[in-house]
Design a protein around this ligand. Structure first.
Ligand SMILES: [Mn+2]
Length: 404
């Protein structure tokens, strides 16, 4: 086949009627914006579309259009589903145990009468799709619970892979992967333009434009990160012309913060550390920070960009977060000479050249922070030509700078 990935995707979408659009777990503005923009556009073409990611939409993004169509589960092909119509009951609790080789499920009404046998309906789950489109997903395990619950559908149903991560594994039947794009949303916009000319139908309305612009704005840190390209600015101008609600996006994503979030950011920014010689800036969010401020986990969204803007002279910016038993790291680099993707790779992670991340299970930040910083120091020392025993010496450091 000598057609481009974009043409192949257009053909697959033309042939498909029931389409599943998936974003990565812990979905961000780019994953959600891409998925919902595609969902709205494909529905305009008469397709039946479901969009999903393994985790709910962060509170920050609850202004986005079409959110009611964003699911956190898809019915598995092997699932037996039991429906309990709530009727007058407020809610219900579910308990289960396995006893003598029998799975026993109890359903207890909350407020209202007990359930009776004849109220209950049985159904069989079926993953009834003829095409899967993954957006902003570097590899299938990044789909999280959606992949774990339905691994077979990714072999039975053709998969389209639309992404911009440098670490993308090319897992699709068709791979539209462009690592020079600042966001997956930009790639979705290019796809929508192809679909518009192919079907001779306008797909880019105000809601679709707002969703795509959200992806671009969140992945470029509102055009502040070094991954911002002339193309992302051009496309954003087109989107605003098409009616994208840029002020609404900025207001929700950057200007509205809960008190608990401000307290958390204050704590994290007050313990910011700067290794001037190695040009590394970092800070940490410990379990104690979350506990003391009562902030939710998503309160750290955007915090790495705040570190970045508070770190002139830094080439590597790192934020370490404790999430349960796991330490997760977000990395940004400010010069093309240092790859965030490569540094994240030292810790089993990956991402883009200027932005990447990693996860280290079963560790406490306090225990692992020095080791992580030391490894990054080694990378920087090598690149900057620093000799380990001399870096504490201010004078020599300045001399080194002069020589550059
Ligand atoms: Mn992205």
């Amino acid at each position: 086949m000598n057609s481009t990935p974009l043409q192949q995707i257009v053909n697959l979408l033309r042939q498909s009627e029931k389409i599943l659009v998936l974003g990565h777990q812990n979905p961000d503005g780019d994953a959600i914006g891409s998925a919902l923009a595609l969902l709205l556009a494909l529905r305009k073409l008469g397709k039946s579309v479901i969009a999903a990611a393994a985790d709910p939409v962060p509170e920050l993004l609850d202004f986005l259009p079409a959110l009611e169509s964003f699911e956190t589960t898809i019915a598995g092909a092997n699932d037996l589903i039991i429906n309990f119509p709530l009727a007058e009951r407020a809610s219900a609790e579910v308990f289960h145990k396995i006893e003598d080789g029998v799975l026993k499920i109890s359903v207890r009404p909350v407020g209202g009468a007990p359930f009776s046998k004849d109220e209950i309906e049985f159904a069989v789950g079926e993953a009834d799709f003829d095409l899967i489109v993954c957006v902003d997903v570097p590899d299938l395990p990044q789909l999280g619970g959606l992949f774990d619950a339905n691994p077979n559908i990714f072999y039975d149903i053709p998969v389209v892979n639309i992404d911009h991560h440098a670490s993308n594994t090319g897992f699709g039947k068709v791979n539209f992967v462009d690592t020079t794009a600042a966001s997956s949303s930009e790639l979705v916009l290019r796809l929508l333009r192809s679909l518009e000319s192919e079907f001779n139908k306008k797909l880019l309305d105000e809601d679709v434009a707002t969703l795509i612009l959200t992806g671009i704005i969140t992945d470029t840190g509102s055009f502040q990160n070094s991954n911002t390209t002339p193309r992302s600015l051009e496309l954003s101008a087109d989107l605003i012309e098409a009616g994208a609600r840029q002020q609404e996006i900025i207001r929700h994503v950057y200007k509205t913060k809960q008190l608990s979030t401000l307290k958390l950011w204050g704590r994290v920014l007050s313990k910011i550390e700067f290794d001037e010689a190695h040009r590394i800036v970092w800070s940490t969010v410990t379990s104690e920070d979350f506990r003391a401020t009562e902030a939710v986990e998503t309160a750290t969204d955007g915090l790495i960009d705040e570190l970045l803007s508070n770190a002139p002279g830094a080439e590597v910016v790192l934020l370490l977060k404790q999430k349960g038993a796991t330490v997760s790291g977000s990395l940004r680099t400010t010069t093309p000479a240092v790859s965030a993707n490569e540094i994240a790779g030292l810790f089993g992670g990956g991402g883009h050249h200027a932005a990447a991340g990693f996860k280290i299970p079963n560790k406490k930040i306090e225990a692992i922070e020095p080791e992580i910083i030391d490894k990054i120091r080694v990378v920087q020392a090598e690149r900057l030509g620093l000799l380990p025993e001399k870096i504490e010496n201010e004078k020599q450091k300045k001399d080194l700078k002069k020589q550059k």
